[in-house]
Write a protein that binds this ligand. Sequence first.
Ligand code: PEP
Ligand code: MG
Length: 849
Amino acid sequence: MQKLVEISGFTRIRRIAPISDDTHGGRAKCLQRLIRLEMPVPQTVALSFDVVHSIAAGDLPDLAALLKTFGGHPLVSVRPSSQDPDWGGPGAMLNIGMNDARHTELVASHGEEAANALYLRFVQSFAINVARLDPEMFEIDRGLSRDALQSALDAYETETEEYFPQDPVKQLGEVLRSMARTWGGTTARLLRQAKGAPADAGLGLVVQQMVLGVGPGESGAGVVQFVDPVTGTDKINGRFLGQSQGRDALRATTGAIYLTRDNRGTSLEVKCPELFQTLREFGDLCRVKLREEMQIEFTVENGSLHVLDAVRVNRSSRAGVHIAVALANDGVINRNEAVLRIEPHSLPELLHPQVDPIDKPAAFLQGIAASPGAAAGKIVFSSTAAQAAEARGEPCILVRRETTPDDIRGMHSANGVLTERGGVTSHAAVIARGIGLPCVVGAGDMHLKFKDKTLMTSDGLVLREGDIITLDGTSGEALVGAANMLEPGLGEAFQTLLGWANDACDIKIRANADTPADAQVARNFNAHGIGLCRTEHMFFEEDRLSVMREMIFTDDAADRAAALERLLPMQRADFTELFKIMHGLPVCIRLLDPPLHEFLPSRRSGLRDLAEAMNLPLSDVTRRVESLSEFNPMLGMRGVRLGITVPEIYDMQARAIFEATIEASKGGAPVVPEIMIPLVSAKKEVELVKSRIDAVAAAVRNEMGAEFDYRLGVMVETPRAALRAHDIAQHAAFLSFGTNDLTQMTYGLSRDDAGRFMGDYVKKGVFAEDPFHILDTEGVGELLKIGAERGREARPEIVLSMCGEHGGNPESIAFCRAAGFDYVSCSPYRVPVARLAAAHLALKLNVSR
Ligand code: PEP
Ligand code: MG
């Protein structure tokens, strides 16, 4: 009877043997599955995580016994077998057992070149990877001659003052020890931790009989996969280096047999149809039984096929989605598993163009990756230049110190935005994410000279207006010249997967959308409504901006009323359109919340335009602008403070919302708008605004003879609002946590300036992450929990949500779900990421139950 237990620290992999991913690693387990599928896998022995751990500590298993299982003259390979194959491991070592005696035998049996090649490769990799000798010493440029082999052996001897080890047991011991120790080293640990491995992840090793793929009959070595790794569609893709007696298997290119039908050379399908057919069958078997698209590594020796290994096909995000959906459609996996196989973080790669990593140009600048995607274009330094470039049909990248509402039109015309200042919640970042524009902010290493229209980096590189650069908003880099791009992959498979994710979600995902275009994107991604419409963003169009400025600027009630009168129809039309696009889905409109400076003209031309519009001397306008300027506008006359001191603004907005509600409800389901009050810190603020809005509602009902409902809610974005949520909730149907401002105020960190030192802070470990990017669950999160708890205590049916930029982050969504929030709201292009992340959370919870 076969012994199934581990003998002397190793286990021979057979159909039945105690091998698992958790004890021996994914590769060992996969090889066992291939054996169970009756594939011709050469004899393989597995070493468990525990054994490899002991090897690292200097305690070797009985290697003589291990090698004996491979017969009299063992020639073996060793490969890593980590728990998750994506965590990597030390490189494979081949041809262990090669020595002078074996070389002589092989010269006789397989020819001089083949024997030299096998021995030389082993000496080289042993010297470099095990003895840690300088690789340059082993770059021997004398082909596969005996001389070359001798030089390598001599170099080894000179450097180590020892003969190259001849005893296979010693060779194997050294290889195993080296691989075990490499895995325990800091570099390997950090690398695998970056891929999600725990710090103490184990390594298994597999020792496998070498099959040389050299012989008088059809021989060679190859790999094959049956999908396209870029698109995920069916495609036979591989390489087979054929070998005939006396030729070098490792070097041969002429006469190579390609598996790709459209490649050079003869197709294996034509040359060896039976072999090809068997490989196809193995591919299908892997797909169905291992439930994955696998790449098969194989050797052919005198016409007989050996399967050395099978690994998951390395794939792009787009291919990942295609493969998962195809497997589910074919019934190989179920839909939930398909959803779980796609990492939410990988989706931005599908949603936006990306820089092709092959031939990527050099980066000249690194900033904060604020909005994903990539674009190439000519540098422009002003919004006017961006608009002119668009008119000429020339793609451009808008480069600014930071952006203001004056730049919105330029941002719409540009293909990407690069700013010197700002962080992930700065104006440029928020707007760019909203419109799906690649954006890099906080690139402090550039010196801008607007007068000369130049950009200079600290390395002395000078770029001028018109020079072409590529902006990579996914990595935060700016690159010289125009990079090759990979186009987004929103195909049928993507839509199907999102539909399945939607079915699994148990928290709603809304979008932050301010314009009809945003709302349309949100609808296309099946958002559950609009969670935040920042109304100040509706005033950035040139004609509206000047009316808005007049309204803010004037201190005369009649003039203000006149300006508001002009704004009312514009707002009414905006809201009607949003309600219509959203088709009865909830739309949450935030009353005006501009930091005032965003609306004040900063340039001389803007001041002059305002003076003209208001028919005032320039000096009056300049004085008034100065008097409205604030030292700290983000903590100044913003949000509800504006609504309390100049209540006519919110009156106008409420009226526009209600009139649009009546208009959009005609002939369809009644619209129930949600109105949100920003930057609240006291209950009294809510009471004052609520009584005025109720009055406007009553007036509109009366005037128009129509009924409608609405919900009034509060944006919780000051620490005090979170702490006093029980008071505030008495007047609020919903609380929406604005984590951008809440983070700013909890930390006392400026959203716009933190980018300057955030990099250093994260690098030095002061903050684990940029808290504007990843929700600080300890501090800001505590305020969210307190706010939610107290709000619910006062009003159990209250609707809770998060609408800060964190809303689209998988980590924040986990937090919100756990805290029992009803929905999160994020920029429209983040909706698919958020949806998938929410589905993962729900499905993983179900699996663990
Ligand atoms: C917030 O503060 O989280 C928020 C969503 O509002 P804004 O970014 O417009 O201040
Ligand atoms: Mg805010």
